[in-house]
Design a protein. Structure first.
Lengths: 310, 552
């Protein structure tokens, strides 16, 4: 077997990660603060799942006239419409805000608005195809927000407990700080790009939490092993060695995951755009945080070390 | 680590063969797997498919097209009705039993029925009697439970007043009963229409989810599912002029209703009390009648209904009676002769479809409460098809890219990882088909993500082997140590992702659950294929070639 191997990664890397930890921490603090600021100031472009309202994906017979659509939909007086072209010139995403109204009457109002929208589109644009329509009432969208927040919180909590049981509490604090960093940075990214934040994005954030945790655990596992092996080595040096030991794995796995996700982003279709975007960003930030946040944090928190004679 | 016993080998192959068997139907067109019975449209597996799994993965509505509608059961309406009935019962109890007790008023105020006695002296006797209205709550199993249906109490601030409220236990029982009955009625209605494979399920406390594959018009479903279809028969009082807008004042016991499909809208005054209700109907069907052009809806009463209907038509010859459906008069014919057969027709401006719809509604019975759509998602089959195609392409390209990466990085071991990845995808598809899970668009994303992440376990192992190799171990030793040492990291790391998938499954809605399922299955299969299957390949390779150095 003489297959030439491309050795594009050094087998024994020795990057001084721990030395540059102050830069990394500064960067992360800025990233988190910037994200929170952006989130507070600009906010997030919530999708229909969380905003409520009506959204329809249409395909016109010829290239869509977005301005004409804006006029037709605006004339319905059903609130400020959003009209958005996807990659295909014939495909347009039209959405209306949540219609006003209390309780079940409000829910009926969404359906009334949908029928008006569909009728107006079909009358004004012959040959139009309403390919998919979502109507989310006020009650459901409110619950979805609560459930999404609950899901992310619960996932973070379970991770915390798991790491606590598997490692020492110091590790679980480091891991949770790194994960929270990832979640906030992802929210910040959605705030900056104004990409649609919908149910699939929450799924992506949970997966990022899982993925980033996965990365962190690999590094921590190596730290734990090295702690047993080199009882006298200074902690900083030991952390640096552990990160370097797992570096080529970290880069390889992140690369294959990114490659798969980029193919999803490019050809997976409109519905998965914001999901794959969130995941791509999440893999990058999750990999970064495992190396530059989770491990160096142990140096600040401190790790209990067995005495050399035990 | 490098020894595979006979049983271990057998189970590895058994798992892979099962995966292949369950995946296979997804690659073969339906027509080749089933023979369709022309008469009742049922299908039977044919040929080899009689002996091996023949069903494919269920596609979610976002991939096959269809409508997903969540309805809210209007419990406020049920509670209000409950209180009205309670007030009527209270009046009856006070007045009807001897000696009659005189109440100044019996009224529904807020969530209570408030009884004001004419004399404070009567209050204790009235309290005794009204307390008798409370009964043990009927439990879900139909048994009397411990809790009572009502709380009856003397108002401490008013010597005349008694307050009656429905207990939380009874409200819960009513809610459960109402939702369960609604689901039954919806199922009968959709079955009556011949809808294929609808899903009808309770969601949360007071919601019902209805999914109809292939239905591109949500309004058709809302019309058939959301109609309360409460039907009643009333005598028309033609001495009252309802006025042009139906706003005329009417004496007690009379109510004005609009005529359905009339333009401009016409009104009729009818007796408020119904003579018969839809509950007395046994059967309805689409038929024709010499007096009407076009189809009519024929109906038949049960025995008791037939008697009442016979009496009503005998003693009111020449008058009109009205059939009310959800607050509208759908027909008001004149009684020409007594109808003793217990059957009749509803004629009017029906076409075959609207007549059929009414028949389905009447046969399925009335909903115990009105339903309002609170969430609706509709996808056209063509969009679903596009999404399947782009998803498939993304899977293929992602797969290819990962293969190139792995082979470039690990040579022959990359080939093992690729084979493991292939088996992994087969096991995911087989697993989804086997447990009857639903594949959604986010589910496809889950598969792609798994393909990217699945090699992680292999990468961990190979990196470890590489390290051990550099420490100067023999190939067999390095292999052994690499698999052993990588295990704890692989296990811990995958468990965390599995926790995230489990949380998503528990709290996620609809399509997102599909993502959680494929991710969860993918994690299990990827640990199996990386840790067991690729190890088997490596061991076979090691035994066959006996290399002096590892090409890593």
């Amino acid at each position: 077997m003489s297959l030439a191997l491309i050795r594009f990664l050094p087998t024994s890397a020795n990057v001084p990660f721990i030395k540059i930890r102050m830069w990394a921490i500064a960067f992360s603090v800025l990233l988190v603060l910037g994200s929170l600021f952006e989130f507070g100031n600009v906010g997030i472009n919530f999708g229909i799942d969380f905003r409520g309202g009506i959204q329809t994906e249409v395909r016109t017979a010829e290239a869509a006239d977005v301005e004409a659509m804006r006029t037709v939909v605006g004339d319905l007086n059903l609130g400020d419409p959003r009209i958005q072209q996807t990659g295909d010139p014939r495909e347009v995403l039209i959405s209306l805000p949540l219609q006003p109204g209390e309780g079940l009457e409000g829910e009926e109002a969404q359906q009334v608005a949908r029928r008006a929208l569909e009728a107006a589109l079909e009358a004004s644009f012959p040959g139009i195809e309403l390919r998919g329509t979502d109507v989310i009432g006020g009650a459901v969208s409110g619950e979805l927000v609560v459930k999404g927040v609950m899901a992310v919180t619960l996932a973070l909590f379970l991770m915390l407990v798991y790491i606590w049981f598997q490692f020492e509490w110091q590790f679980s604090v480091g891991a949770i700080l790194a994960l929270t960093h990832d979640v906030i940075a992802t929210v910040g990214m959605f705030s900056i790009t104004q990409m649609t934040f919908d149910l699939a994005t929450v799924a992506a954030i949970l997966t990022i939490v899982g993925y980033s945790m996965n990365d962190t655990v690999i590094v921590y596992d190596r730290i734990r092993e090295n702690l047993r092996k080199y009882k006298k080595m200074p902690l900083g040096e030991l952390l640096n060695m552990s990160i370097n030991d797992t570096l080529s794995r970290t880069i390889l796995t992140s690369s294959t995951t990114l490659v798969a996700l980029i193919s999803l982003y490019l050809i997976g279709g409109e519905a998965l755009k914001s999901f794959s975007f969130a995941m791509i960003w999440g893999v990058v930030i999750g990999t970064y945080s495992s190396i530059f946040v989770a491990a160096p944090l142990l140096l600040f928190i401190g790790v209990k070390r067995e005495s050399s004679d035990s | 680590m490098l020894q595979f016993g006979r049983w271990k080998l057998a189970s590895i192959f058994a798992i892979i063969i099962l995966g292949v068997l369950y995946t296979l139907p997804n690659l073969v067109p339906e027509a080749d797997r089933y023979s369709i019975n022309e008469i009742d449209n049922s299908r039977e597996p044919r040929g080899i498919w009689r002996w091996i799994p023949s069903s494919t993965v269920n596609l979610g509505l976002d991939l096959q097209g269809g409508s997903h509608i969540v309805f809210e059961v209007n419990m406020a309406e049920v509670r209000a009705g409950q209180l009205e009935t309670l007030a009527a019962d209270a009046r009856q109890t006070l007045r009807g039993e001897t000696p009659p007790l005189l109440a100044r008023s019996v009224a529904v105020i807020g969530e209570e029925v408030v009884v004001l006695m004419a004399r404070p002296d009567d209050r204790d006797a009235a309290f005794e009697r009204l307390s008798g209205l409370s009964q043990p709550v009927t439990t879900a199993l139909g048994q009397p439970g411990l809790a009572q249906t009502l709380t009856v109490r003397r108002d401490p601030s008013d010597a005349n007043a008694i307050r009656i409220a429905v207990t939380p236990e009874q409200l819960l029982a009513i809610r459960n009963r109402t939702v369960t009955q609604s689901i039954e009625v919806i199922r009968r209605r959709l079955d009556g229409l011949g809808t294929t494979d609808p899903t009808i399920a309770r969601q949360g406390d007071t919601r019902v989810l209805v999914q109809v594959p292939g239905a591109s018009d949500p309004d058709a479903i809302i019309a058939i599912v959301g109609a309360q279809a409460s039907m009643s028969f009333h005598l028309v009082d033609e001495t009252i002029n309802p006025g042009p807008n139906g706003q005329a004042r009417v004496p007690p016991g009379r109510t004005i209703y609009p005529m359905a499909d009339s333009n401009p809208v016409q009104y009729l005054a009818v007796e408020t009390a119904s003579r018969l209700t839809g509950e007395n109907l046994t059967q309805a069907n689409v038929t024709t009648h010499p007096n009407y052009v076009g189809p009519v809806v024929g109906f038949r009463f049960d025995t008791q209904g037939a008697l009442v209907f016979g009496d009503m038509t005998r003693s009111n010859r020449g008058q009109r009676f009205a059939i009310l459906l959800d607050g509208e008069i759908i027909t008001a014919p004149t009684i020409n002769e007594p109808i003793l057969s217990g059957s009749g027709v509803i004629g009017g401006s029906y076409n075959y479809e609207t007549a059929q719809q009414l028949v389905v509604l009447l046969n399925a019975g009335a909903l115990p409460a009105s339903l309002t759509p609170v969430e609706q998602r509709t996808v056209l089959a063509s969009l679903g098809q596009d999404q399947i195609e782009s998803g498939q392409q993304a899977v293929m390209i992602g797969f290819l890219a990962v293969i190139i990466f792995m082979v470039a990085a690990y040579g022959i071991f990359g080939v093992f990882a690729t084979l493991a990845l292939l088996v992994n995808v087969i096991l995911i598809m087989g697993g989804l088909s086997g447990i009857g899970a639903t594949l959604t668009l986010p589910g496809i994303a889950g598969i792609i993500l798994t393909i990217g992440m699945a090699v992680d376990a292999n990468v961990l192992i190979y990196e470890r082997i590489r390290e051990e190799n550099q420490l100067g171990r023999t190939p067999a030793n390095a292999l052994q140590a690499g698999y052993e040492r990588a295990f704890s990291a692989i296990f811990d790391a995958n468990l965390t992702t599995f926790i995230a998938a489990a949380v998503l499954y528990l709290l996620g809605a609809g399509p997102v659950r599909g993502f959680a399922i494929t991710l969860g299955i993918g994690i299990i299969t990827s640990v199996f294929t990386a840790f067991v299957f690729s190890r088997l390949l490596a061991v076979i390779w090691l035994r066959a070639l006996k290399p002096k150095v590892l090409p890593l």
